[in-house]
Design a binder for this molecule. Structure first.
Ligand code: PLP
Length: 384
């Protein structure tokens, strides 16, 4: 079965739910047991609401099929998916290798909470070679965390090569795959042990719910489910339903996001105000060949580095957009534009000289979007 078909048919049980095409929303904490035997025996598929309902299990089954994994756990946000994956494999005294271009709040978690629990973090460059990573491995390195392309700077990492080094040293490999979704890249098939998604972005796809997923390969199911269960993580039927509903149309949405992003990226690249477009789908991008090897497509998020210009000129450009909203997050149907602030602590990886912006190509007409962007450069040039 192709992924496009899996997206439509996975995680459904119409016969069990009055013929409803999607599994409906279950809201339940207490589940009544028919006998002392099932009450005490933990033998029912559904014994207590926190441990899942048909709505959450349906979405888990869909994601798991798409990831080609063994088991998926839902978490209340993308950030909690990142932190759950880390907590599932790390213990006091362990060492973590974390990519320097990681999503900011994941970095904060390492520098504060993990540190408080006696877990140390070393950051590595998103352009590191396998030999370079090998040199950073310590006897107590238990996890290598990859995020590809990197947040803000879009470097593509060589997942199979880095995973081989990590595994040789006894470390688990965790990949935050939010940019690509499991439709366009499958980290578990490239050597990862835990694949992470901020489902808030393209899986929900409508900017109206927060959700995360972690999918384990066979060797990591027990560790993932132990932490997830002991920590009491749970997702409501309403949020899970929105994830499942979004997933059904994700293939067509992503195709359109990519088509429009490619148009906008080419248009930006030809502008005199632009230093560089950061988007692995462009043949000129340094990550293009790795992206071509490991991904089957690109999503709608890319970076634009402007030639150095005053802050007020950038503000005039962004403040006046009609179609590009300013807001954190992305992956919904609408176009967005934000300024990007980078936290980088090691050599390597991309360092912009001018202002760095991040654009999300939404599902609007590309010509309308380009007209909005063009008027933005007029405002920028008036101030600059
Ligand atoms: C947005 C994002 C997250 C966090 O997702 P939330 O649902 O906002 O918590 C994690 N990783 C990446 C790469 C993201 O872009």
């Amino acid at each position: 079965m192709k992924d496009e078909t899996r997206l439509i048919h996975s995680g459904r049980d119409s016969a069990g739910h009055i013929g409803a095409v999607n599994v409906p929303v279950y809201r339940a904490s207490t589940l009544l047991h028919p006998s002392v035997e099932t009450l005490e025996g933990n033998t029912l598929a559904y014994g207590y609401g926190r441990r899942g309902t048909p709505t959450t299990r349906g979405l888990e089954a869909s994601i798991c099929a798409l990831e080609e994994g063994e088991r998926t756990a839902l978490t209340p946000s993308g950030l909690s998916a990142c932190t759950t994956a880390l907590m599932a494999v790390l213990s006091a005294g362990d060492h973590l290798l974390m990519v320097d271009s990681v999503y900011g709040p994941t970095r904060s978690f390492c520098n504060t909470t993990l540190r408080r629990f006696g877990i140390s973090t070393t950051y590595y460059s998103p352009t590191i070679t396998p030999d370079g990573l090998h040199a950073l491995m310590q006897p107590n390195t238990r996890a290598v965390f990859i995020e590809s392309p990197g947040s803000g700077t879009f470097e593509v990492q060589d997942i199979p090569a880095l995973a081989a080094v990590a595994h040789a040293g006894g470390a688990s490999v965790l990949v935050d795959n939010t940019w690509a979704t499991p439709l366009l890249c499958k980290p578990l098939t490239l050597g990862a042990d835990l694949a992470i998604n901020a489902a808030t972005k393209y899986i929900v796809g409508h900017a109206d719910a927060l959700l995360g997923t972690v999918t384990a390969n066979a060797s990591h199911v027990a560790r993932l489910m132990d932490f997830h269960g002991h920590f009491g993580l749970t997702v409501s039927g309403d949020e899970a339903y929105l994830g499942q509903r979004g997933l059904r149309t994700m293939a067509v949405r992503l195709a359109r996001h990519q088509e429009t992003a490619l148009k906008l990226a080419a248009w930006f690249a030809a502008r005199p105000e632009v230093e560089r477009v950061l988007y692995p789908a462009l043949p000129s991008d340094p990550g293009h060949s790795l992206w071509k090897r490991d991904f089957t497509g690109a999503s709608g998020l890319f970076g634009v580095e402007l030639k150095p210009c005053p802050k007020q000129a950038v503000a005039a450009m962004l403040d006046g957009y009609h179609l590009f909203g300013m807001g954190w997050s992305w992956g919904g149907f609408e176009s967005l534009a934000v300024t990007t602030k980078l936290a980088r602590t090691v050599e390597g990886g991309y360092r912009p000289k001018g202002p760095l912006l991040r654009f999300h190509a939404g599902l609007e007409d590309a010509g309308d979007l380009i007209a909005d962007l063009e008027a933005g450069f007029d405002r920028l040039n008036k101030v600059a």
